[in-house]
Design a protein around this ligand. Structure first.
Ligand code: NAD
Length: 434
């Protein structure tokens, strides 16, 4: 496994749990050093336990020596990052290509080189070219095997996937991939075998579709606020239609995370490059930006037009609960705007501080929601961690200077908030003051 980040580490750990022998390699030697001591830098529920049992069983090891990792491997997975390239919105493929060249130099016998990273259509053929150019004598096939796991539920998603997608063009490589995923195949999880380009496209199309659902409901939410509808009821009524489904219809402060923002941006660029603009995806991106900025206005409105000199307690900064991932989180748009507007911001997040401290300068980090709200002028809920779902609203309101609640995940009811003596409540897609 080349790259031991969220995807590489979870995949490596789960493959070893399938019974395979797995070696995880990463360029970041400090990451490997920690893993060798059984320490995991990222927060992912359940990961530590599965990792520990496979290390103990001798199936899972970590190394900074790529040659040793690749030597004799049947399959070498590329799971390095593909962030948005600065300036043009494209996926930055430099890590993937560097990994491909490094792997090529390390190959000692036939191996399947599998791209797990999310990469634009055509990348796997470029990976093959790089390997061939670096090592004309190497025996290999390339395979596209995009990953669909969700952070926060990654182990379960990997072990019980809706489907596994394998883009493959040789029987030999197909055989290896069949062996790698046999435990899932035996338990009847669907495996979609297809060509390289289709596999690459499935990943982008799936993520863009999910992002579309989110931007769609967020735009409907904005309209609900004007017409007196409640987006929670609207989403429920829509989602019960089996053709629509209830997932990804939760109105909120906009999508974030390591995938949707960069993958929608990359798909839009791929479309433009091929003369087939992806207008829906382009609009989804624009709506998401508007949604995040709309959240700033909500807080300003609640605070009588200005946050200058006011104290705001923020619950949650990670892009969703059960992860420490801060990449493109809505908090990174909302909080700097509040700090810039002169607010004193106190933040509570069960796992966000490690990454968030550097990304959110000028805020105070606290551990306890009740301490954070003491004397505050507004309480802002940005991430719906379980520990924020059942707070004592009365206790919160009574300790605040001005008990205003901006519930950007709709986890409380306006009536309950007002009954607990909050003086103002605003959610997303709920008529103000209704
Ligand atoms: P990450 O940043 O957590 O991890 C990437 C790792 O690759 C880092 O540890 C980095 O040090 C290492 N690396 C970079 N270049 C390397 C090289 N040449 N050799 C060895 N290691 C190298 O990224 P991630 O979130 O795991 O994402 C990896 C890929 O998987 C991306 O393409 C992403 O789009 C895709 N993906 C991510 C998720 C997710 O939820 N995070 C889900 C599905 C797919």
């Amino acid at each position: 496994m080349v790259g031991a980040g969220y995807v590489g580490l979870v995949s490596g750990v789960c493959f070893s749990d399938f019974g395979h022998r797995v070696v995880c390699f990463d360029k970041a030697s400090e990451k490997i050093a920690m893993l060798e001591h059984g320490e995991v830098l990222i927060y992912e529920p359940g990961l530590n336990a599965v990792l520990a049992r496979n290390v103990e069983a001798g199936r899972l090891t970590f190394t900074t020596d790529l040659t040793a990792a690749v030597d004799g491997a049947d399959a070498v997975f590329i799971a390095v990052g593909t962030p948005t390239r600065r300036g043009d919105g494209h996926a930055d493929l430099s890590y993937v290509m560097a990994a491909a060249a490094d792997i090529a130099r390390a190959l000692t016998s036939y191996a399947v080189v599998v791209t797990k990273s999310t990469v634009p259509v055509g990348t796997n053929r470029k990976v093959a070219e790089v390997i061939r150019a670096t090592r004309p004598d190497a025996a290999f096939d390339v395979v596209s095997n995009p990953e669909f796991l969700r952070e926060g539920a990654a182990i379960d998603d990997f072990m019980k996937p809706d489907r596994v997608v394998v883009g493959v063009e040789s029987d030999r490589a197909k055989g290896v991939m069949g062996d790698v995923y046999r435990p899932l195949f035996l338990r009847d999880f669907p495996i979609v075998y297809t060509d390289l380009e289709s596999a690459e496209m499935i990943k982008y199309a799936a993520n863009a579709f999910l992002a579309t659902k989110i931007s769609f409901i967020n735009e409907i939410a904005a309209l609900c606020e004007r017409v007196g509808a409640d987006v929670k009821s609207v989403a429920k009524g829509m989602g019960l239609d089996g053709r629509i489904g209830n997932k990804f219809l939760h109105a909120g402060p906009g999508y974030g995370g390591s995938c949707f923002p960069k993958d929608t941006s990359a798909l839009a660029r791929i479309g433009q490059e091929h003369g087939v603009p992806q207008r829906i995806t382009e609009t989804v991106i624009a709506v998401n930006d508007l949604t995040k900025r709309r959240m700033i206005d909500k807080v300003l409105d609640l605070c009588d037009g200005s946050v200058n000199g006011k104290t705001i307690a923020v619950l949650g900064v990670t892009f969703k609960p059960e992860t420490d991932d801060m990449r493109d989180a809505p908090s990174l748009t909302v909080i700097p705007a509040l700090v810039g507007g002169g607010a004193r911001v106190r933040v509570v997040d069960p796992h966000g501080a490690r990454e968030g401290a550097a990304l959110l300068p000028g805020v105070d980090w606290l551990d306890d929601p009740y301490a954070a709200t003491e004397g505050a002028d507004c309480l802002l809920i940005l991430t719906e961690w379980n520990q924020f779902r059942a707070l004592d609203l009365k206790r919160l309101a009574s300790s605040m200077t001005h008990a205003r609640l901006a519930d950007l995940r709709n986890i409380y009811d306006r009536a309950d908030a007002l009954a607990a003596r909050f003086i103002a409540y605003d959610g997303v897609g709920r008529t103000p003051q209704a």
